[in-house]
Design a protein around this ligand. Structure first.
Ligand code: CP
Length: 320
């Protein structure tokens, strides 16, 4: 394992990570990916440590892969869901966090519907904090696992696998934390990013990310190396922004026809959950060039890397 350490004590977003941090996480994930292919998929590096998983918002992939990541590193886990907890009885985030802090977790992973809520969490927690998705702000480990998946397919280092590659992100860009984290990470690692969606779902200020933006999906998909389709974040949209799912599929969905027009090597990605027949055709989602399940698999190794590297930073700080 590398002697290098992260420059940060918490992973709250891609914003805040250096290129060296991102590369270190991706390289470390490569080692853990190898661990995950062994018969005994476990290493003792976090034995005696506790990882708290606080999910105030629904999740399948992120929650399960953080839990598996912690267990494969031999950590104990504390698992919290807002549904079925005392949040339903009126307890605030900060009071919930203080009570969990009293149980002594070393690392805290949180998903919350409020953008920026992790800064509030930091007031109650002494351990490392990882953002597992905050509102429409960031989902850093999703972007890291997306980059890892591209590297696995195109070349193991960013220089070989990402520099000069063009990735289209198509969907509800305005409300997507996955889009935001990828717009920060992929250009940091040398890829070109095009974002595409209905005009009402393209936020202002996209130029600050250095990405191209268009509402013409066929132009967005021309010559790409990968297309990342995103669902419409209906839970974050008030009022009708689209006529119907059917209309959206026709105008922006990755249909069989649009897929057939992609370069032969182009990959199809989706962070999940997918809505077949809305943002992606049913059969395209299951095509061999769709790496959606590889993304889910790679999430475990990437999250192992993030937890391990943060534990190293905190152990060094304790010794200093
Ligand atoms: N990609 C993602 O965050 O999926 P979940 O909402 O199921 O965690």
């Amino acid at each position: 394992m590398s002697e290098r350490v992260l420059s940060v004590r918490h992973v709250l977003g891609i914003d805040g990570l250096t290129r060296a941090d991102a590369e270190l996480i991706l390289e470390t994930a490569r080692s853990f990916h190898e661990v995950n292919t062994r018969a005994l998929k476990k290493v003792p590096v976090l034995r005696g440590r506790t990882v708290a998983l606080l999910f105030f918002e629904n999740s399948t992939r992120t929650r399960l892969s953080f839990e598996l990541a912690a267990k494969r590193l031999s950590a104990d886990t504390l698992s919290f869901s807002a549904s079925g907890s005392s949040v339903q009885k009126g307890e605030t985030l900060i009071d919930t966090a203080r009570n969990i802090e009293a149980m002594g977790p070393d690392l805290v992973v949180m998903r919350h519907e409020q953008s920026g809520s992790h800064h509030l969490l930091l007031r109650a927690m002494s351990g490392a904090v990882v953002n597992a998705g905050d509102g429409q702000h960031e989902h850093p480990t999703q972007a890291l696992l997306d980059a890892f998946t591209l590297l696995e397919r195109f070349g193991r280092t960013p220089k070989d696998g990402l520099v000069g590659k063009t990735i289209a992100i198509v969907g509800d860009i305005a409300h997507s934390r996955v889009a935001r984290s990828n717009m920060l990470l992929l250009p940091l690692l040398g890829a070109k990013v095009r974002v595409c969606g209905p005009r009402t779902m393209l936020p202002l200020g996209l130029e600050q990310y250095g990405v191209e933006a268009t509402d013409d999906v066929d132009a967005a998909l021309a010559g790409v190396d990968a297309v990342m389709t995103l669902r419409i974040q209906k839970e974050r949209i008030s009022g009708a922004r689209m006529a119907s799912d059917r209309d959206y599929f026709h105008r922006f969905g990755l249909t069989k026809e649009r897929f057939a027009g992609l370069p032969e090597h182009a990959l199809v990605m989706h962070p999940g959950p997918i809505n077949r027949g809305v943002e992606i055709d049913h059969d395209v989602a299951d095509h061999p060039r769709a790496v959606i399940l590889e993304q889910a698999e790679n999430g475990v190794a990437v999250r192992m890397a993030v937890l391990y590297l943060l534990a190293v930073v905190h152990a060094k700080a304790e010794r200093a």
